[in-house]
Design a protein around this ligand. Structure first.
Ligand code: SAH
Length: 226
């Protein structure tokens, strides 16, 4: 099944996306490729159907986290923009994403020309998003049902790694699976809020870490969930 985007809706939602992009700029996002991706992607189509009521659709372009099913949420647009900007994406970058969720962050990375490998531990979300992204025209992402703590050793190394769930610590495997010169963006913390960590791998065992502000994510959990 192909998703048909009604022209009138598209016009209305594009206007909303333009305003969202203006807000993201005001909040400090400057990477034009990130902003263009957000301007283009129909975020309102990524929600859990059971909660996608018109009132909620209206919120699709406000800077809010919203339900995507299986008790999970899609990150705030600012969080998506902030993490993606910190990844400093160039076309052709091989990116590992932990926490596919509804696939919105995956779509942003694809739109920017990255080669995306994404892992989701919730079977329900994995099944849904694996079908949904190609229907929306986002083909080419390799999506895996698995545990992000383990990364994807068979496809390593990655130029960039993005974790979109709250990690209690920085998983050793993810550091190992990053190229020298590569970047890892990961929210770290076990409380209600986490600190965004941006790590650059300098040599096989030297890393430079910078911390950026507080964010709220659902927890990064161990093992797959059937
Ligand atoms: N990038 C997503 C954000 C979804 S929220 C989006 O744009 O929608 C975080 C996701 O991380 C949830 O779907 C959750 O199930 C998943 N997750 C949590 N722990 C994980 C793990 N260890 N491995 C893979 N995915 C995980």
């Amino acid at each position: 099944m192909q998703i048909v985007i009604n022209n009138e809706d598209e016009y209305l939602f594009r206007g909303k996306r333009k305003r969202l992009v203006e807000q993201l700029k005001e909040k400090g996002i400057t990477d034009a490729n990130v902003l263009n991706a957000i301007l283009k992607i129909p975020r309102h189509l990524f929600f859990d159907e059971s909660t996608a009521r018109p009132a909620l659709l209206d919120h699709a372009y406000s800077d809010k986290a919203l339900k995507i099913g299986a008790g999970q949420t899609i990150s705030h647009p600012f969080t998506v923009a902030f993490q993606t900007e910190k990844l400093n994406i160039s076309r052709g970058d091989k990116v590992l994403e932990i926490g596919t969720g509804c696939g919105y962050q995956t779509a942003v990375l694809l739109e920017m020309g990255a080669k995306v490998y994404s892992i989701e531990r919730q079977k329900e979300l994995y099944d849904k998003t694996k079908l949904f992204l190609p229907r929306l025209g986002y083909r080419g992402a390799k999506i895996f049902y698995g545990d992000g703590y383990k990364g994807l050793p068979q496809f390593a190394p990655f130029d960039k790694v993005i974790v979109t769930a709250a990690a209690p610590y920085i998983p050793e495997e993810l550091l190992k699976q990053t190229v020298i010169g590569g970047i890892i963006v990961i929210p770290v913390g076990e409380g209600a809020e986490q600190i965004m960590n941006v790590i650059v791998k300098k040599t096989e065992n030297e890393y430079v870490k910078q911390e950026f502000g507080k964010f709220k994510f659902v927890p990064m959990l161990q093992n797959k969930n059937p």
